[in-house]
Write a protein that binds this ligand. Structure first.
Ligand code: ACO
Length: 331
C-alpha cells in the first residue's frame, strides 16, 4: 500500500509587496534583497483574509484536482505557525467550511517543515490502513507576525497556502520520507510572546515581541547542511541517487541556501523548482505551493522522481521522495 498524491491546489493573496515598496518602509534596497535572498516580491493578505481563508481555497482546488468529494476525506491536517486562533484548530474551520463531516481534523506546528511533517503523518495513517483519503495543507499569513520595521526579517516573508490530497493506492507513490528536529536550535527562530511563557501584555506589544525573531546566519548554515544530509538519506532509502531526481522542490527561504544545497547534492539548477522570487518564504505553505505550481505548469510527468526537502523553526527538517504518477495538468 502506498500513499499517492492525487490532487494539488494553492492560493495566494492578490496584493503584491515589492522590494521597491519595502525600500519606502525600512532601510533596504532592491539590489541587496535580490542578491542576498533572490526574493523580488511577496504576497500579502488583506485585513479580512486569515490563514483558513487561503487554506480553504487551496483545499477546494486540491479536492477538485483529485476529483474527491469533501465527504470522502478521512483526515484534514493543517500545518501552520499562523493559525486563525490558538483554538479551535484551523483544520476544524476547514472541515466546517468544506462540510467534510467524516474527517478528523488537527493542526500541526513544525514551522517551514510543517507540510513534510504532515505528509509523514498522513502516510502512516494510509499505510496502516486506518484512512484512505487525507487532505494535507500548509498555510500561512506570515505578514501578521512580521515586523515591518525590522529589515533583517521583513524582506523575507509572504502569505499563501498549498494543499495535497493523499489517497491509498497500489502504485507508488510516496517512496520515502524522513522528519527530524534539533530543539537545541529553538532560540534561532522564535515568536517570543503570545504563548504561555510570555502571554500578551502591554509590555510584550511595546517590545515588539509578537513578531518573528531570527538569527539568520545560523539558520542559513543549519539549512544548507541539513538539506543535503536529509535528502541523501531519504534518497538512499528509496534506492535512488541524486542524479536520478527529476525535480527538487526545496523550501523557498533563500536562493543562496537552495543553490548551496543543490550544489552539494550535484543537482543542477535546471532540476530545481524555485518560486521564491515571486512569493518569498511562506513557511509551511512554500513547498506545497511550489509543488502545486510545478504540476500546474507541466513540470512533472508520470514516472518522474520528485524530491521535497525543507527546514525551519524548531529547528526542524524533513525530506520526501515521490514517484510522480499524475498526468500533467495545465493552468
Ligand atoms: N537590507 C539591507 N541590508 C540588510 C538587510 C536588508 N533587508 N537585512 C540585513 N542587512 C544587513 C545586516 O544588517 C548586515 O549588516 P551589518 O554587517 O552592518 O550588521 C548585513 O546586511 C549582512 O547581514 P547578514 O545577516 O550577514 O546577511 P546574510 O547574507 O546572512 O543574509 C539572511 C541575511 C537573508 C537573513 C540570511 O541569513 C538568510 O536567509 N538566513 C536564513 C533565514 C531562513 O531561512 N529562515 C527560514 C526560517 S523561517 C520560519 O521557520 C518561519
Amino acid at each position: 500500500m502506498y500513499s499517492v498524491l492525487t490532487g494539488l491546489g494553492y492560493a495566494v493573496p492578490d496584493r503584491v509587496l515589492t522590494n521597491v515598496q519595502l525600500e519606502q518602509m525600512v532601510d533596504t534596497d532592491n539590489e541587496w534583497i535580490v542578491q542576498r535572498t533572490g526574493i523580488r516580491e511577496r504576497r500579502i493578505a488583506d485585513a479580512s483574509t486569515a490563514t483558513s481563508d487561503l487554506a480553504l481555497a487551496a483545499a477546494r482546488s486540491a479536492l477538485a484536482d483529485a476529483g474527491v468529494s469533501a465527504a470522502e476525506v478521512d483526515l484534514i491536517i493543517v500545518a501552520t505557525v499562523t493559525p486563525d486562533y490558538a483554538f479551535p484548530a484551523t483544520a476544524c474551520l476547514i472541515q466546517r467550511e468544506l462540510g467534510a463531516w467524516n474527517a478528523a481534523a488537527f493542526d500541526l506546528e513544525a514551522a517551514c517543515t510543517g507540510f513534510i511533517y504532515g505528509l509523514g503523518i498522513a502516510d502512516q495513517f494510509i499505510r496502516a490502513g486506518t484512512y484512505r483519503t487525507i487532505l494535507v495543507i500548509g498555510a500561512e499569513t506570515l505578514s501578521r507576525i512580521t515586523d515591518y520595521t525590522d529589515r533583517n526579517t521583513c524582506v523575507l516573508f509572504g502569505d499563501g497556502a498549498g494543499a495535497a490530497v493523499l489517497r491509498a493506492g497500489e502504485e507508488p507513490g510516496l517512496l520515502g520520507l524522513e522528519i527530524g528536529a534539533d530543539g537545541r536550535g529553538g532560540e534561532l527562530l522564535v515568536l517570543p510572546a503570545g504563548g504561555s511563557r510570555n502571554p500578551a501584555s502591554r509590555e510584550t506589544v511595546a517590545a515588539r515581541r509578537h513578531y518573528i525573531h531570527m538569527a539568520g546566519r545560523e539558520v542559513f548554515k543549519f539549512a544548507v547542511k541539513i538539506m543535503e544530509e536529509s535528502a541523501l538519506r531519504v534518497l538512499a532509502r528509496a534506492g535512488l541517487q541524486p542524479g536520478e531526481v527529476d525535480l527538487i522542490i526545496p523550501h523557498q527561504a533563500n536562493a543562496r541556501i537552495i543553490d548551496s544545497a543543490c550544489k552539494r547534492l550535484g543537482i543542477g539548477r535546471d532540476r530545481v523548482y524555485v518560486n521564491l522570487d515571486r512569493y518569498g518564504n511562506m513557511s509551511a505553505a512554500s513547498i506545497p505551493v511550489a509543488l502545486s505550481e510545478a504540476s500546474a505548469r507541466g513540470k512533472l510527468k508520470p514516472g518522474d522522481y520528485v524530491l521535497l526537502v525543507g527546514f525551519g523553526g524548531g529547528l526542524t527538517w524533513g525530506a520526501a521522495v515521490i514517484k510522480w504518477n499524475k498526468e500533467a495538468k495545465h493552468d
